[in-house]
Design a protein around this ligand. Structure first.
Ligand code: SF4
Ligand code: SF4
Length: 198
């Protein structure tokens, strides 16, 4: 995909302005110093570097950005955000772009990551603001079609053993967690963020 950047791109209004309006993040403040990309641990797996995503977003290049691998490879580790001299929350930009890719029914190159993203949010919502790990595993396995594939390729038993070990060491809770105290405020946050599925 990066070869597309050798062509001149005409700016289109839209994506950058929406981001500013909805999340109060200005990608227009970026002066392309590349500190974000220099610190990102996952650039080896990205089709566009983080500073390129920021630039393309400012130029309103929706198709390139929303169908990129990068937004799904991003692990939200925040390294880029802490390095940016202009205080641009690049990790939050990546999250916003993921949500937009889903909302606009884009083709998603990393389907399992997208499924995990949705399952994680659904789990936190259904479990009253906290993560219920056993539910997460169950939902992810069923929605990703992973159980059948693992039965076929013989890795299912290995996963079961790993799950048991995690449980034995207290790293996997089967019981649902306690809901957060102010559940109404929590649900309001979901609504405000227009999280997928809301
Ligand atoms: S670190 Fe900030 S200013 Fe520098 S390229 Fe990245 S987003 Fe732009
Ligand atoms: S938050 Fe994403 S883009 Fe930023 S450094 Fe981490 S993996 Fe890279």
């Amino acid at each position: 995909m990066r070869e597309l950047l050798s062509e001149p791109l005409s700016p289109k209004p839209g994506l950058g302005e929406q981001l500013l309006d909805e999340r109060k993040i200005s990608v227009f403040d970026c002066y392309q110093c590349r500190k974000c990309s220099a610190g990102c641990p996952l650039t080896f797996a990205m089709d566009f570097y983080p500073h390129e995503i920021i630039r393309l977003t400012a130029l309103g290049q929706e198709d390139l950005v929303l169908e990129s691998n990068t937004i799904w490879v991003c692990a939200s580790c925040q390294t880029c955000t802490t390095r940016c001299p202009n205080d641009i929350d690049i990790a939050a930009v990546m999250d916003y772009l993921k949500e937009r890719a889903i909302a606009t029914h884009r083709s998603i190159p990393q389907k399992n990551v997208a499924t995990f993203h949705q399952v994680f949010l659904d789990d936190v919502r259904l479990s009253g603001g906290r993560l219920h790990e056993a539910l997460l595993l169950r939902m992810y396995t069923s929605r990703s079609g992973g159980a059948m594939a693992k039965l076929v390729n013989g890795t299912f038993m290995g996963d079961l053993k790993l799950g048991f070990e995690l449980f034995r060491k207290g790293r996997l809770r089967l019981k649902p967690p306690q809901r957060v105290r102010d559940i109404d405020e929590f649900m309001e946050l979901f609504k405000k963020a227009k999280v997928w599925g809301e």
